[in-house]
Design a protein around this ligand. Structure first.
Ligand code: BTN
Length: 259
């Protein structure tokens, strides 16, 4: 199976080498506890199943269905510190573009990086970073969970009304093919951001996002606030306008739609 994967040095940022594991606790955790893997730029670890798949904000990621994508990519970005937080937007946009090429309808991105189909979640991304010893660098582990197989009814009760899968949306696709395409797209996007800067991708992200203009709840300075999403700034932070007309920059966390 894994031999259909195209790896190589022509992919400087993502996809230089691949490891497939039948079963693991979490592909992100597997990399994070192994310094040698963290020191391997472009490495992709993907698994058949995860026993403790992890989501954002300490949530679990349901990872027991065969044929779905549970993958983590080790990236050594040579980007200014101010752009590192935008890695998560770049990864989300890579998945958005890749699955968009299958002709899926109703696709959008919810800030920061949930990929939705008609407002149901099909993909989530968890980025975690660690400093790399002896070098002034960080390794970012970009974990991608994409629902390929099965139907929403196959997910546990609290999830089945809010998730979807490629299969449920009428798309039959092979895990390795999708992984190859996501990794290649992500590699191209990272290359572009390193050489030309992030503006084109941030503009494309905003066109792809369902978040722009929406009324939201968001957390700022430990308090829940109401606002309206304006868009991204030049570093990928989310700009939210509030009732009193001020604009707040949100760098991390999540937003909840109010409509
Ligand atoms: C989210 O909460 O939306 C993020 C989900 C990220 C899930 C992926 S699956 C592969 C990688 N390993 C993990 O434990 N989590 C990420």
């Amino acid at each position: 199976m894994a031999n259909r994967i195209r790896s190589g040095k022509d992919r400087p940022f993502a996809g230089r080498s691949f490891i497939f594991l039948e079963q693991v606790d979490s592909t992100n955790s597997y990399i994070l506890r192994n310094q040698e893997l963290l020191n391997t730029p472009g490495l992709v670890v993907y698994a058949g199943r995860q026993s403790s798949g992890r989501g954002r904000s300490g949530r679990q990621w349901f990872s027991r269905l065969d044929g779905n994508l549970y993958a983590s990519i080790v990236v050594h970005p040579r980007l200014p510190q101010s752009l590192l937080t935008s890695m998560t937007l770049l990864a989300g946009y890579s998945v958005f573009e890749t699955i968009g090429e299958f002709g899926i309808e109703g696709l959008s991105i919810k800030w920061p990086n949930d990929i939705l189909v008609h407002e149901r979640k099909i993909c989530g991304i968890l980025c975690e970073s660690r400093p790399i010893c002896d070098q002034d660098l960080v390794a970012v582990v970009v974990g991608i969970g994409l629902n390929i197989r099965g139907r929403p009814e196959n997910f546990p009760a609290p999830l089945c009304h809010v998730v979807t899968t490629l299969e449920a949306e009428g798309i039959r696709a092979d895990r390795e093919e999708i992984l190859n395409r996501i990794v290649s797209k992500f590699d191209q996007i990272l290359e572009e951001v390193h050489t030309k800067g992030p503006n084109r991708i941030f503009d494309a992200w905003q066109r792809a996002s369902s978040s722009i203009g929406r009324p939201v709840w968001f957390e700022h300075n430990g308090r829940l606030n109401e606002g309206w999403i304006k868009g991204l700034d030049g570093k990928g932070a989310l700009l939210v306008s509030t009732k009193d007309g001020s604009i707040i920059k949100v760098i991390s966390g999540e937003v909840r739609y109010r409509d």
